[in-house]
Design a protein around this ligand. Structure first.
Ligand SMILES: [Zn+2]
Ligand SMILES: [Zn+2]
Length: 404
């Protein structure tokens, strides 16, 4: 059948295999933009603020649900430890929870199977080292000298609420930027940028939380109130902050990598995906919680100060990933057929699964290899020919006898 959006001859299905346009009626007002079917997980809307499918876009739907349950379960454990008066321990656990989940993700999907894991580990470590040094220095020079219960001066508010958050954001970009300048030829995909940004942000956040917990344990930081109120005050932040740091840094890196991705976009990309928008959103995402907590903090307000910017960052990040996956679509690159890990149909190697509409580049490499059926014997998926981007090859015929 002919796609009304790109005009190409595409295999029979619900989506165009080349441009991802929704072909079946009754989908959405703009079938080419398909806001109801997120490119990395068409079960979800682009506007659904799901943490897992945003930060872990390579997971298939079953694993997305599994990781969601693990995250919720571990968060519950952290809270219970907090209410059992083990606040510093639970804060450290909370600080390590998301990074550990990320490690599991990295292992499960093997984002870079031909590259030693040190690349991602090093990005995380650079973030963690910078986080440790900066938090200790900033705490000693700025926060420790300021009396609590005293109305803060404007200069202090500007420093703690604006200056430091922007400095922290800059430090979190150091690791990914080194990779951007040194290894851009190898890591050329928008999702690579997201991975590095998230790793660096998580490293920094983990270090910051652990340094603060250590100051709390050693008594350098003032412990206030009874433990349960302390648990309520610190633990939600220890859970939300890593996600926020990962989100702002991942957003900037995704937008940066997207700009320099050599694949020509199929149409003018939405301004929401531009680097200036990402930079402004990330800066706001860092400043709003810091200013809010300093000026109008409180047990419950602090949670809001972090949760609202996090929600905004996640929604924007999903837009960038969705638009990037659709407008710079390319096929997996081996020219054979593939068993779609999302809907389990055998489909030709096109940028999109004609049946469920997932952007096939968002699936993990292990699935791309294992599921390959009938690819040429010498074809190595993806890694050796990342820029093939052969959206111009004629569609392979769908294999017969699709086993659903
Ligand atoms: Zn099309
Ligand atoms: Zn599919």
């Amino acid at each position: 059948m002919r796609c009304p959006n790109c005009g190409r001859e595409t295999p029979e299905g619900n989506y165009c295999g080349y441009c991802g346009t929704r072909l079946t009626a009754g989908a959405s007002r703009d079938p080419a933009r398909r806001g109801s079917a997120y490119a990395a997980n068409p079960n979800q809307s682009v506007y659904q603020p799901d943490v897992i499918s945003t930060f872990f876009p390579h997971l298939n739907p079953q694993r997305t649900r599994l990781f969601g349950w693990i995250l919720a379960g571990l968060a519950l454990v952290v809270f219970m430890l907090g209410f059992a008066n083990l606040v510093p321990i639970s804060t450290v656990l909370a600080a390590l929870l998301v990074p550990l989940l990320y490690l599991a993700y990295f292992y499960v999907v093997q984002v870079y199977e031909n590259e030693p894991a040190w690349v991602l580990g090093a990005t995380f470590l650079v973030g963690a080292i910078l986080g440790t040094v900066a938090t200790l220095l900033l705490y000693r020079t700025v926060v420790a000298g300021h009396p609590i219960f005293v109305r803060p001066k404007t200069s202090y508010v500007l420093l703690v609420g604006v200056g430091i958050p922007l400095l922290v954001q800059a430090l979190m970009l150091v690791g990914p930027l080194i990779l951007f300048f040194a290894r851009r030829e190898r890591f050329n995909d928008m999702l690579d940028g997201l991975t590095f940004g998230v790793a660096s942000g998580l490293g920094y956040a983990a270090a910051e939380s652990i340094v603060f917990s250590w100051l709390l344990i050693t008594g350098a930081a003032p412990a206030l109130g009874d433990p349960s109120s302390l648990a309520l005050r610190t633990i939600p932040l220890a859970l939300l902050k890593p996600l926020l740091y990962a989100g702002t840094t991942g957003l900037i890196c995704s937008a940066l990598w997207l700009r320099f991705d050599k694949t020509p976009p199929t149409r003018e990309m939405s301004a929401l995906t531009s680097l200036p928008v990402a930079l402004i959103a990330a800066a706001l995402g860092m400043i709003i919680p810091a200013l809010g907590v300093t000026l109008y903090g409180g047990q419950y307000f602090n949670i809001l100060w972090y949760a609202i910017p996090l929600l905004g960052i996640i929604l924007l990040l999903r837009q960038v990933l969705h638009v990037g996956l659709i407008d710079k679509a390319r096929s997996v690159g081996h020219g054979g057929t593939i068993s779609c890990p999302h809907c389990h149909q055998t489909v030709p190697d096109l940028p999109f699964c004609p049946n469920c509409g997932i952007a096939l580049r968002s699936i993990d490499k292990r699935a791309r290899v294992a599921a390959t059926v009938g690819a040429p014997a010498d074809a190595t998926p993806d890694a050796t020919q990342p820029d093939a981007a052969d959206t111009t090859t004629p569609p392979a015929q769908p294999t017969e006898g699709n086993d659903a």
